[in-house]
Design a protein around this ligand. Structure first.
Ligand SMILES: Nc1ncnc2c1ncn2[C@@H]1O[C@H](COP(=O)(O)OP(=O)(O)O)[C@@H](O)[C@H]1O
Ligand SMILES: [Mg+2]
Length: 264
């Protein structure tokens, strides 16, 4: 299976609004993608389509060799690890961390089946690798934000996903926790294809090979990260004067306000 994701001319309409406009996007095995765009650009909508939680109004979707409309999406979702801010609200507050992690195997919220012994083993292994084993019996609602994010990562990895979709998993984390998370990702999911949604360019670590820039529901650019993360394209994406520098294998931006008036 060469293609992990193949979107062909997909559009998403809600009432009179066009949320996604004629997007074609192919992700091949071995590639890892960052999706970058301002608030409201359509990133979450695009990734919900990829993860099998939302149907496009038009176009064809193929993910992990399964074509939408021909396959059972619930079965597909079990092969996809998914982290988003919305997910935080879906985990039952009193659920213990270990069970929240195990529920990832069934792509369900709450745990409706008696877990197998192997499930406990894997959940414990993941908690151990993410350095939060000591939290296993704590109710989810009592965790700090960083601990919650790590729990969600363990949950997303529970089913040994072929595709890991991370929708702004780092928002609200402090620098140390963010760096640890990015580092964990490379170490813990070496065989999964990763899609990271972010508006922070510095989160695009050397793991990522490609970038898709989204603006107002359209693809502004897509391709190898060196070709896409340019002053010109990033400035267009955010309507700001952006200057990009590459250091230590990552990209850092400086914003020049002196040549463009602020919108406020
Ligand atoms: N269910 C919906 N009904 C109407 N509009 C929606 C719906 N979901 C998203 N939108 C709109 O679509 C646009 C893109 O949203 P979203 O995909 O969440 O963007 P992003 O994740 O890039 O911030 C926004 O203008 C948002 O208000
Ligand atoms: Mg979003």
């Amino acid at each position: 299976m060469g293609e992990i994701v193949a979107l062909k001319e997909i559009s998403l309409f809600r009432g009179h609004q066009t949320i996604l406009d004629n997007i074609s996007w192919t992700i091949k095995k071995g590639e890892h993608w960052a999706v970058v765009g301002a608030n409201g650009a359509g990133k979450t909508s695009l990734l919900r389509i990829v993860a099998g939680y939302l149907w496009p109004s038009k176009g064809e979707v193929m993910v992990l060799g399964r074509r939408y409309g021909k396959s059972d999406l619930r079965e597909l979702r079990r092969h996809i690890g998914w982290i988003s801010q919305e997910l935080l609200a879906e985990i039952p507050p009193t659920q213990r961390v270990i069970n929240a992690v195990i529920s990832g195997k069934y792509a369900s919220f709450g745990l409706w089946v008696e877990p197998e012994k192997e499930d406990y083993k894997r959940a414990i292994l993941l908690l151990e690798r993410l350095d939060i084993l000591q939290l296993a019996q704590r109710p989810f609602s009592t965790l700090s934000q960083g601990e919650k994010q790590r729990t969600l990562l363990a949950r997303a990895l529970m089913a040994k996903p072929d595709l890991l979709v991370l929708d702004e998993p780092l928002s609200g984390l402090d620098l140390t926790t963010r760096e640890q998370f990015l580092f964990d990702l490379e170490r813990i999911a070496p065989s999964a294809t990763v899609i990271l949604v972010t508006h922070h360019i510095e989160e695009i670590t050397p793991l990522f090979t490609h970038v898709l820039l989204l603006k107002e529901g359209r693809v502004l650019a897509q391709g190898g990260k060196e070709e896409v993360l340019t002053n010109n394209l990033l400035s267009q994406t955010f309507d700001l004067n952006i200057y990009v520098q590459r250091r230590f294998g990552r990209f850092w931006i400086t914003i020049n306000h002196s040549t463009k008036s602020s919108q406020w």
